[in-house]
Ligand binder design. Structure first.
Ligand code: AMP
Length: 215
């Protein structure tokens, strides 16, 4: 199964990608997760990406394209992959088409999770994450056992810079301007499946499996 999960920040792409991974053992390739790890580890990539991410801006196309190209060549992608947060711009989508054709792979579906903006802001602003291991919680929907601390390593939880309300709004504007047009790009290729992203994660997961022909 070769899938793209498309959707604005906080649409639930990461949660759904993790469920797909658990059931089908197909890796989730999240460019956001890869970049956040680089920021935590203080690598050259992290130093470049960190300030852009904190400001709600995109990391340059050539950098994320390079990351994904390398990742798709890894042996665990042989039976499929779930792209989460990539592509985000038309040049990225075009580059993906070229790299997949070079690798002899084809997309099965592009699932777009549709969630109204107000809901996205509410979800994002309640999110807290662990600066040590990257685990993510939500103050109401999935709180840690001890308020304010990571269940896994006890580190104090923080609100990510890019989860602050004003940054979320900026990210949503960017999504509408640069990423939402990809729906048209993939609709033209007969790959787009739009799904209502409001509701129980389990119900949404069933819809995604149907869209991917795996229900
Ligand atoms: P995400 O966790 O997917 O919402 O990504 C968090 C941040 O990482 C984004 O707001 C961007 O700054 C950066 N990022 C992740 N994926 C991409 C991408 N495909 N293109 C450009 N920037 C990206």
């Amino acid at each position: 199964m070769n899938l793209i999960l498309l959707g604005p920040p906080n649409a639930g792409k990461g949660t759904q990608a993790k469920k797909l991974y658990a059931d089908f053992k197909i890796p989730q390739i999240s460019t956001g997760d890869i970049l956040r790890k680089a920021v935590r580890e203080g690598t050259e990539l992290g130093k470049l990406a960190g300030p852009l991410m904190a400001a709600g801006a995109y990391v340059p196309d050539e950098i994320v394209i390079g990351i994904v190209e390398e990742r798709l060549k890894e042996p665990d992608c042989a039976n499929g992959f779930i792209l989460d947060g990539f592509p985000r711009t038309t040049p990225q989508a075009e580059a993906l088409e070229r790299m997949l054709s070079k690798l002899g792979k084809k997309l099965d579906a592009v699932v777009s999770l549709e969630v109204p903006h107000e809901k996205l802001i509410e979800r994002g602003s309640g999110r807290r994450s662990c600066p040590t291991c990257g685990s993510v919680y939500h103050v109401y929907q999935s709180p840690p056992k001890k308020a304010g601390f990571c269940d896994k390593d006890g580190t104090g939880l923080v609100q990510r810079e890019d989860d602050k309300a004003e940054v979320i709004e900026k990210r949503l504007k960017k999504y509408d301007a640069e990423t939402a047009p990809l729906k048209h790009f993939y609709a033209q290729r007969g790959l787009l499946k739009s799904i209502d992203g409001v509701g129980s994660p389990e119900g949404i997961y069933e819809e995604i499996k149907k869209a991917a022909g795996r229900a």
